[in-house]
Design a protein. Structure first.
Length: 96
């Protein structure tokens, strides 16, 4: 038997994203701040490769580099990003 569509009150739908977004907002802000500290090439490589899921090929296309070189720039950017966020655990909570 197919499931029936159930309606939800507008206030439930309207506030769901706000609750999720407000919970993640500090972590997203930290990530944006950390990304802004990266050199331009590393930031572009990380965003193209990881953020936009283009992988090394996407980073290479954005940077105009060979794939191996773009991969190296991406790895360097990720190391810098990890260092900038080293005070947080895998869930975004501060390390004590």
């Amino acid at each position: 038997m197919p499931s029936r569509v159930r309606t939800m009150a507008p206030h439930v739908v309207d506030t769901h994203e706000a609750r999720v977004a407000s919970h993640e907002a500090p972590l997203v802000l930290r990530l944006e701040q950390a990304l802004s500290t990266l050199p331009d090439a590393e930031r572009t490589a990380v965003m193209a490769s990881i953020g936009f899921q283009g992988g090394s090929v996407g980073a290479a296309m954005e940077l105009g580099l060979e794939v191996d070189d773009a991969d190296a720039v991406t790895r360097n950017g990720l190391q810098l990003l990890r260092a900038a966020l080293a005070d947080l655990d895998a869930h975004g909570a501060p390390l004590t």
